[in-house]
Design a protein around this ligand. Sequence first.
Ligand code: CA
Ligand code: CA
Length: 389
Amino acid sequence: MKKIILTLVVVVALAAVIAGILAALRGKRQAKGVSFVVELDVSKLPEARRGEAIAQASETVKKRLVEAGVQGVTVKPIGGARLQVEVPAVAETEKRAARAAIEALVHKESRSLPGRVVSERTLWAEEEKQRGGSIQFGRKEGGSVQVGRAEGGSVQLGITLKKEAFVNSLGMKFVPVLGTDVLFCIWETRVQDYQAFVIATGQSWEKPNFEQGPTHPAVNVSLQDVKAFCAWLTKKEQGEGRLRAVESYRLPTDAEWSVAVGLGPETGSTPREKDGKIKDVYPWGKQWPPPRGAGSYDSRLKVDDYEYTSPVGSFAANEFGLFDMGGNVWEWCEDLYEPGTEWRVVRGASWYNGTPGRLLSSRRGALPGLRNVCSGFRCVLVVGSSSSR
Ligand SMILES: [Ca+2]
Ligand SMILES: [Ca+2]
């Protein structure tokens, strides 16, 4: 009898140990990734256009994920109006953030085709294979979801999906720019935007000696004027509950502007040291002279049909969806051209410029911050998470 009881105890104990080992093994199992099925709502499209629209949404979503540094992602239509999105190396605990990110991305990239995630499945790996270059999804302060890439210990953040494609009270549109923590206005600040500020505050504003419509970029604005515009708009929209207390408008920094124009790493620590250093890179690419439609520049280049400024957004947008980064008006930045001086930085050249040196993406204009007819500005929106890294 005693023997039987002892055997039973041993068997139960062994079973418990085996169960424990299995549980521990399960716990250590690595997620290889996650697969989502996204269903697109095509009900508003005529039947004949649905197939093409689904294929297009699939391609755009994939492209944006790749641009954000997500490696090994696959996106493919799987019949019906459904897309299968497989993202590698997402930890089980981060699945929800990944799901929200994918959903928001689909929503953003297929505006006419609202989509939602209808199923998700974890893809398990046999062994741990996570190394540098793996994908991380995470939430930052303020609840924003970001897609990014971890490489050699440092995390390069990708798309900020909170407030993506934010439109403010003046109709100014803002989009995230990969590699910065802010949203950039896709346009230079327009006459109609600046006019609202002038009317509300009684700010003096002298119009230029050429014709400008309401969607042309505002000119004759000093650095002090444009900073006052940003402060006024921040206060107004915080008061209206459109912006949270941690959110605000300002000018881009010189470094943020470089990222937004698509420049690679620059050498030098001040705008002056970086000025004109990277040769042969222009906002439209590497060729000279610029191709037709490159932007609003000196009419002698024959790339546009405007003698002075053009309406914002008249030419193709860059990879981030930003217009007129090159040309139309020089854009004020936050920085001093060089510490210890009063010179301020403007970027991107204007309708008045047409020489190769002036039009380089790396070119800085150094101005005393005063009003002139070639300089305007572009706003960025700080979303309140830039201090967390
Ligand atoms: Ca022109
Ligand atoms: Ca410009």
